[in-house]
Design a protein around this ligand. Structure first.
Ligand code: GLC
Length: 742
């Protein structure tokens, strides 16, 4: 028995280290180069400046970038894009003594030239292939434009839609978020770094940035270590295991320590426990912001704390550039820390092939062919259709038959293009985007398509509303396009009021009073509150911001060319007062369900406990039936597994895809467990009348959790098993026991 265990241990160590194994040939080159470098040249590698596009507060310090680069003081540039520009800047780096190439980084968050749906929209597709394809196209276009490295995927779990950056991530669930993190890392990086169709990825923002107190961006984060490990770390671990090349830290403090100076996060967890071999870039001047936080007494103190805690590269902070040489000379910081950071960065530059050919990503001919590939628009349209959530469809108003009906397309979002790009596209040309109006006009004769703007997102005058009503009365059906403008969600865009901005609800009410059937299309970067519309509209599509092919993809759904299949990756509250509101909550000691009296129960006296729309919710034009649930066992040990099968049937008249979701509840444990947790799902296409058997496997991993000692454990006891079409719409129920024993 001992020999078997020893073998198992050896195999485990090999598999773990191979997960993060370094190439000995590259390591040798890195060490040889490091030996040649002066202290100043080493510090230069840890310094990153922005180009002329600012994605953060502009530094007051005037820097001669050309001189800095030529003198070897720069390891990376962000926000320099294009084959020509990157070549020109790289030429400067080739004038340095050791000709160490620059790394060019950019926020390629959901597309480069061809813009895809915002990440939260893509998350609603629950389609890992589609999400991976989106990242692949983005990587190919960015790589063709001289970019080596994207600051994506953003994998921050977010349970608070007041936080504008919820748009950049994958929503509230660790399981879904982890799968999406893997899909995006693999999509961006391809099978291995160095292919000029892929770029290095960056898991950000490490960590727990989405839990900013009060949903206010850049605010403090305070949570138990159990919550950190159970909810916020899993997508980062998934990204690390998927081979992500870099991490980016975050602006927030975690339990009083800024992430940038947090050695628990960056050293204990990331570099030691997870054995991460890539490098950590700070967020924009997050090193310098430790002075603002009152965590560093001056820049030298900030440099020491950041580098000691594991922040390898200083983005736009100029702190490492200004302070590290002196600090090393005064022996206030160990040169070994500098060497470790430099080696991590040089390793990636070798891996990307930049020492072989510093200009291999800066090829103008390739830039033209790849960036203008029409196939990319088709892929964007396909991913966009899969991201659209059908929230309501009374009397099967949708899909619209392309008949002789007159349609009034009304609202400030009807002709919106720039908004479809969201806030994270670095000066993309949105004039080539397809608006909803253009999508409709391309399918309908002009005399059957009426239009009125009805005001702007921010404001509608009485006469604009009256004009819209007048147009609407001439139509058979109204499509009202409302939402947010691109600068209302995203970084530093927290909102304390989540209702539709301006007078858009008023515009809806006026149109609704015409008595015409009304389809509301909501284009926004986050979950919003729109109860009146939710109650009175005939149909509602939540289309988020869908990018270049927004109009065509929305029309594909409106007219039934694509049957909507998306499911919400984040909870939609009834009111902002319910936040944070998420499906995998604990039950309390005084749970309210549907009791008559709410006295002495965990409730609001002025609001429901339930969300407006739950995590995992989304309708289809067809209907699905769940039946015949079977478990291979109802009692298992840690070394066992249960095969769960059930039948899924399409009982409607349209071919459609259903996301069947598996939730588990650990009824009793040494730490209170949620009422349910997503543990698996299957996205299945069925033609009308078709039935398929769906199969899930439940084993130890799906029953494990972090106990109060932060051990990843299972505990014997009863588990509830739930299979549903949404977290609040369970179709099949069962239970099983986990028992001790082998
Ligand atoms: C910004 C963002 C980060 C981005 C970086 C570079 O402040 O927080 O997500 O990647 O700066 O633009």
């Amino acid at each position: 028995m001992r020999r078997y265990k020893l073998l198992l241990l050896v195999l485990t160590v090999i598999s773990f280290t191979s997960l993060h194994a370094q190439d000995p040939v590259i390591e040798k080159k890195v060490n040889a180069l490091l030996k040649q470098m002066t202290l100043e040249e080493k510090i230069g590698q840890l310094n990153q400046y922005t180009g002329r596009i600012f994605t953060g507060p502009q530094s007051t310090e005037k820097t001669n970038l050309q001189t800095e680069i030529k003198n070897g003081w720069v390891g990376s540039m962000l926000n320099v894009k294009g084959a020509r520009s990157t070549r020109e800047v790289q030429e400067l780096a080739m004038q340095t003594r050791l000709k160490i190439p620059l790394l060019f980084g950019l926020d390629v968050i959901h597309g480069y030239e061809t813009i895809f749906p915002i990440p939260l929209a893509e998350a609603a597709s629950w389609d890992m292939d589609a999400i991976k394809r989106s990242a692949q196209v983005a990587a190919a276009e960015a790589a063709a434009n001289g970019i080596h490295w994207t600051f994506a995927p953003m994998v921050d779990i977010a349970r608070d839609p007041r936080w504008g950056r919820i748009m950049e991530g994958a929503g509230e669930d660790p399981y879904l978020g982890s799968l999406i993190a893997i899909a995006r890392v693999k999509g961006f990086q391809g099978e291995h770094l160095g292919d000029t169709l892929s770029i290095m990825a960056c898991a950000k923002h490490f960590a727990a940035y989405g839990a900013a107190i009060a949903g206010r961006d850049y605010n403090a984060v305070d949570m138990s270590d159990v919550e950190l490990w159970q909810t916020y770390l899993p997508p980062f671990k998934a990204a690390a295991d998927a081979g992500v090349g870099t991490f980016m830290n975050s602006f927030n403090t975690l339990n009083g320590i800024p992430a940038t100076g947090n050695d628990y996060l960056q050293r204990t967890i990331l570099k030691r426990k997870w054995n991460f071999k890539g490098f950590v870039v700070s967020d924009w001047n997050s090193v310098g912001e430790m002075l603002k936080w009152g965590y560093a007494s001056d820049s030298a103190d900030a440099a020491i704390k950041a580098l000691t805690a594991g922040s390898d590269m200083d983005m736009e902070g100029r702190i490492y550039r200004r302070k590290l040489v002196q600090l090393v000379k005064e022996k206030k910081i160990n040169i070994a820390l500098v060497d470790d950071a430099v080696k991590r960065i040089l390793y990636k530059k070798f891996e990307l092939g930049l020492f072989d050919d510093p200009f291999r990503f800066s090829d103008e001919a390739r830039e033209k062919t790849i960036t203008s590939d029409p196939q990319h628009r088709q892929i964007a349209r396909d991913v966009a259709r899969k991201s659209i959530v059908l929230l309501k469809n009374n009397d099967q108003l949708l899909p619209l038959a392309p008949s002789d009906k007159t349609i009034a397309i009304i609202g400030p979002a009807a002709k919106a293009k720039r908004d479809m790009a969201g806030s994270w596209t670095v000066n993309t040309d949105s004039t080539t985007f397809i608006s909803l109006y253009e999508g409709l006009a391309s399918r309908m004769s002009s005399d059957k398509l009426l239009y009125a703007k009805g005001g702007t997102v921010q404001h509608s005058t009485g006469e604009e509303i009256n004009e819209a009503v007048a147009v609407a009365t001439k139509a058979d059906v109204i499509i009202l396009a409302v939402g947010e403008t691109w600068d209302m969600s995203g970084e530093s865009k927290s909102r304390a009021d989540l209702r539709l901005p301006g007078d858009q609800e008023k515009l809806f009410t006026a149109l609704q009073q015409t008595g015409k059937p009304i389809i509301v299309v909501i284009m926004a970067g986050r979950p919003l509150v729109f109860n009146n519309i939710a109650d009175k509209a005939h149909a509602i599509l939540y289309t988020w911001w869908l990018g270049s092919e927004a109009g065509n993809s929305i029309c594909d759904v409106l007219f039934g060319n694509y049957n909507p299949s998306a499911k919400l990756p984040a909870t939609f509250p009834r009111s902002v007062g319910q936040i944070p509101l998420y499906y995998n909550h604990t039950i309390t000691g005084r749970p309210y369900n549907t009791q008559k009296s709410k006295q002495y129960l965990s409730v609001y006296i002025d609001e429901e406990n339930t969300p407006r729309y739950a995590f995992g919710y989304g309708l289809s034009y067809t209907t699905f039936e769940y039946s015949d649930l079977k478990l291979s066992k109802t009692s298992i040990t840690n070394n066992d597994s249960i095969i769960v099968t059930f039948k899924l049937s399409n009982t409607g008249i349209y071919t459609g895809e259903e996301v069947a979701q598996l939730y588990l509840r650990d009824e009793v444990a040494s730490i209170v467990r949620p009422v349910k947790e997503l543990k698996d799902f299957a996205k299945v296409q069925l033609v009308p009348g078709e039935t398929k058997e769906i199969r899930f496997v439940i084993a130890k991993e799906k029953l494990s959790f972090y106990n109060k000692e932060l051990q990843w454990v299972t505990e014997p006891g009863k588990f509830q098993l739930m299979i549903g079409t949404a977290s609040d719409n369970i179709k099949l129920h069962s239970s099983f026991e986990l028992v001790n024993g082998k």
